[in-house]
Design a protein around this ligand. Structure first.
Ligand SMILES: [Zn+2]
Length: 378
């Protein structure tokens, strides 16, 4: 099984096109054509994590945080730790792939997994992605309707939440008159034709649009198919930031703080008090999502669990929402479980013998110190 097969599978779930525009997701080092022995998963690729991957004969490493985020101008392997790491990766013929904000924004991705770890019910996106949806409308003669719609669906069109193959079909009449150079699929050249056609409408996300149009054109019998692409203002139902859900039973603030610690297996968190009353509706977002504070408040969440919250941002949430900074690593690490499960399922279905290992060490750069002098490994 090649790295490409694994990557294609992952990207059908977490398309790189859905990632933040300034992100650097995808293949980082190596070749997608390489044959995969064993897969290694980690949140960040530290040297220790890389050594573990090498020791375990893993030749495909999948990280959440991109190995290369800022441009590298020189590969000075003596003075630059990142360059040293890349050199070691190449020496061992390893391929590194990163799924970052595309994994954050997809359904059952990082924030969904955080919500599931906290046993929330009725999980949905906190804020759906905007301006990523299009309506592809094409006019098709009736006998080609199934072929053309199937082609668009196969290219990722027509997905609305848990529904697939969604389309709207309206019968009407198309007209045309081809020049002497044409070879019309229906009727004759240089003759005004009136043909029963169906107006087929399908929703397509930006990142599938090129593929969907190409598939539609290939399946369409006409020399010059008529079609329209409408960019939509609608929120994208299939992709979004953060997640929202409800607790099984309401909790007091103290109960909830303890519950977060237990769920995420942490000893420390930072928070500011929210409004009075019990915690029932909870917003979560793995990693640095304090800019979603207003969305969490507007969604009437009683608590918002995220990370990397600044002092003044805490102030913005004070007395409005129980605002919790539970740590960047701590709110994201559980997402490796879902990646592992999905890859194992895919490998089983393909009847391949490729193992998936999850790094057991911590790549968290943040440590906690308390006055008793105990170092706590986060
Ligand atoms: Zn992160």
């Amino acid at each position: 099984m090649t790295a490409k097969e694994i990557i294609t599978y992952l990207e059908n779930w977490a398309p790189p096109g859905a990632a933040w525009e300034r992100d650097n997701v995808g293949l980082q080092v190596g070749s997608a054509e390489s044959k995969v022995n064993k897969i290694f998963l980690c949140l960040d690729l530290t040297e220790k994590a890389l050594d573990t991957a090498i020791a375990n004969n893993c030749n495909l490493i999948i990280t959440h945080h991109p190995l290369i985020f800022y441009p590298i101008y020189k590969l000075d392997v003596r003075n630059n730790p990142k360059a040293k790491l890349i050199s070691k990766i190449i020496k061992h013929d390893i391929t590194v792939y990163s799924a970052h904000t595309n994994l954050d924004f997809t359904k059952n991705g990082v924030s969904y997994e955080l919500a599931k770890t906290m046993k929330l019910k009725n999980i949905r996106f906190l804020k759906n992605l905007d301006n990523t949806l299009n309506k592809l409308t094409v006019f098709v003669p009736e006998n080609s309707l199934e072929k053309v719609s199937k082609a668009i669906f196969s290219a990722g069109g027509g997905v609305i939440g848990e529904y697939k193959k969604c389309s709207y079909r309206l019968n009407g009449t198309g007209t045309f008159e081809g020049s002497e150079e044409t070879n019309p699929a229906v009727g004759e050249r240089e003759k005004f034709e009136t043909v029963p056609e169906t107006r087929l409408e399908v929703l397509v996300s930006d990142w599938n649009l090129g593929k969907a149009v190409a598939a539609m054109l290939k399946a369409h019998p006409y020399e010059e198919p008529a079609f329209d692409i409408y960019p939509l203002k609608n929120p994208n139902p299939n992709f979004g930031m953060g997640a929202l859900g409800e607790l099984n039973k309401p909790m007091s603030t103290n109960e909830f703080l303890a519950f977060v610690c237990d769920s995420l297996k942490i000893d420390n968190l930072r928070y500011t008090n929210g409004k009075k009353g019990k915690i029932k509706t909870v917003a979560v977002c793995g990693g640095s999502c304090s800019d979603l504070l207003n969305e969490a408040i507007s969604a009437k969440a009683d608590a918002f669990v995220t990370a990397d919250v600044k002092y003044h941002t805490f102030q913005d949430g004070e007395n409005k929402i129980l605002f919790i900074d539970a740590g960047h690593y701590e709110t994201e690490i559980f997402s490796l479980n879902v990646v592992k499960n999905m890859l194992e399922k895919f490998i089983r279905e393909k009847k391949e013998n490729v193992k998936v290992l999850k790094y057991k060490g911590s790549t968290n750069p943040v440590k906690f110190y308390n006055k008793k002098g105990e170092n706590q490994i986060a």
